[in-house]
Design a protein around this ligand. Structure first.
Ligand code: FAD
Ligand code: NAD
Length: 469
């Protein structure tokens, strides 16, 4: 006989969608239970956003020190070239993850959320059983929030194991691969592949489409392509992996590029060809909710087709981003508590933490054109921004671009590429969310010297009265 718990709100999955939903529900006085098979934090905190940004920082720091050792610039010299201990870097990264996961546990406790550890299996839409360390628990809920996230997509030709790894394994490597092949030059491939290249691995990308980061417009991606070229990273586009052969300690990847066949030798093969919703192994088929392709179908309030069953985050579709998951989680908790809410953002910012970083919020000029919107644009180069130059960040071809409606100057898109550009994403999103016009941005006094000054400069350029270019 398993213990039986009744709860008002049951959240399945403790990632940025689920844990935020649970905290907010608890804060609102709802009796809330969260089930998580792993530690709280989800893909993002444990093996995604946070660990990858830590590794990227290690790569950037190491490269900067190498430049100093070569006496390149800034007048700083190192007597010897630096060395990197990947095991030490991973320990540092794990410390950050432990600290943040512990912090999430503390917040859940403070909000009065009951946390059950183990894997949930549903027998019907409102009942599940968890086989945890303390034995089996059956939970019956008035409301269920599904936040089971996503798992890596795999390629049948490249079965995982024996050196064929995904992002989670790449983030736990304690020895630097000498030769790394990355299949898929999207978010994960480029972020991790660039970090390993900086640390000294010889990296080759194998990308099926005709360019890297096919989701971003070409102008934004060009500085990243140039960075890869300068760092000796090989990029094979229009290339598809056919199979892998284990060869002694190494691997041989067989691929086709156009009509030509080719073989690449490597120590590790990172497969980063997208993620798919986590819909299997927990009884979703017994919940009778409608699907939207591979994703759980939801409306603008994240309601599924089953009454009082809600779904959020990667499980419900693109964009598969942590901040979208959290925003949906916070909203659903408020809806359950009886507040009036809907998920209708004007734009969801996306950042690719490559070198240089790419920020995309709202419509690019091309996308606006496809929607029949007549636009004006203004662009400002980071090379003309004092703060960027003082941070040695003006020489990577970066820029900020504002796109606005030609008729009323309402801003419909803000895009940037450049070192540290991710930190500008919040202001970009705020401007679009609040319906700013070019004159609002141009009329807001920005601190000097900061990189944020590039935004009003781009707005002035769009208004035809640029000052610093
Ligand atoms: P998840 O974070 O996947 O959490 C789901 C949780 O549910 C997991 O902890 C899982 O253990 C648990 N679970 C699933 N099924 C059950 C069950 N039956 N019982 C109990 N528990 C269960 N996004 C960004 O916005 N910025 C980034 O920089 C970024 N970097 C990334 C880097 C990498 C390498 C990866 C892989 C992803 C990255 N992402 C990033 C994407 C981001 O991690 C996801 O969008 C986000 O984690 C989705 O949140 P979620 O709550 O929907 O699901
Ligand atoms: P992705 O969709 O960003 O990129 C996958 C790439 O693999 C694409 O360029 C695609 O054309 C290519 N591809 C697909 N099949 C292929 C094949 N057979 N051979 C060669 N190339 C192939 O997916 P991802 O990089 O795995 O990331 C998954 C998701 O995780 C992202 O879509 C994003 O939602 C999230 N993520 C976000 C961030 C961030 O916000 N900074 C970082 C990492 C991951």
């Amino acid at each position: 006989m398993s213990a039986v718990i009744g709860t008002q709100v049951l959240v399945v999955g403790g990632g940025p969608g689920g844990y935020v939903a649970a905290i907010r529900a608890g804060q609102l006085g709802l009796d809330t239970t969260l089930i998580e098979a792993d530690r709280p934090g989800g893909t993002c905190l444990i093996r995604g956003c946070i660990p990858s940004k830590a590794l990227i920082h290690v790569g950037a720091t190491f490269e900067a020190m190498q430049r100093h050792a070569q006496g390149e610039r800034l007048g700083i010299a190192l007597p010897q070239p630096p060395t990197v201990d990947l095991a030490g870097a991973v320990r540092w990264k794990d410390g950050i993850v432990d600290r943040l996961s512990g912090g999430v546990s503390g917040l859940l406790k403070k909000a009065g959320v009951r946390v059950v550890s183990g894997w949930a299996r549903f027998s019907d839409a409102k009942t599940c059983t968890v086989d945890g360390a303390q034995g089996a628990v059956t939970i019956q809920a008035e409301h269920v929030i599904l936040a089971t996230g996503s798992v890596p997509a795999t390629l049948p030709a490249l079965p995982p194991g024996d050196g064929v790894i995904g992002s989670a394994e790449a983030l736990a490597l304690t020895e630097l691969p000498r030769r790394l092949v990355v299949v898929g030059a999207g978010y994960i491939g480029l972020e991790l592949g660039s970090a390993f290249a900086r640390l000294g691995a010889a990296v080759t990308f194998v990308e099926a489409t005709d360019r890297i980061l096919p989701g971003y417009d070409a102008a934004l991606v060009r500085p990243v392509e140039q960075w890869l070229g300068r760092h000796g990273v090989e990029v094979l586009t229009g290339a598809r992996a056919q199979g892998v052969i284990r060869d002694g300690d190494g691997l041989r990847l067989e691929l086709r590029q156009g009509e030509a066949g080719r073989t690449l030798s490597c120590d590790k093969l990172l497969v980063a060809v997208g993620r798919q919703p986590n819909t299997e192994g927990w009884g979703l088929e017994r919940m009778a909710v409608d699907m939207d392709g591979a994703f759980v179908k939801v409306d603008a309030q994240c309601r599924t087709s089953m009454r009082n069953v809600w779904a959020i985050g990667d499980l419900v579709g693109e964009p598969m981003l942590a901040h979208k998951a959290s925003a949906q989680g916070e909203m659903v908790a408020e809806l359950i508590a009886g507040r009036r809410r809907a998920f209708a953002p004007n734009a969801i910012a996306a950042v690719c933490f490559t070198e240089p970083e790419i920020v995309a919020v709202g419509l690019s000029p091309e996308q606006a054109g496809e929607q029949g919107i007549d636009v004006v644009t203004g662009q400002f180069p980071l090379a003309a921004n004092g703060r960027a130059l003082t941070m040695d960040a003006g020489g990577d071809g970066g820029f900020v671009r504002v796109t606005a409606r030609a008729d009323n100057h309402q801003v419909v898109g803000i895009h940037a590429v450049g070192a540290h550009a991710s930190e500008l994403s919040g202001e970009f999103a705020l401007a679009i969310e609040m319906g700013a016009v070019l004159e609002d941005i141009a009329g807001t006094i920005h601190v000097h010297p900061t990189m944020s000054e590039t935004l009003p400069e781009a707005a002035w350029a769009a208004l035809g009265r640029a000052i610093h270019i």
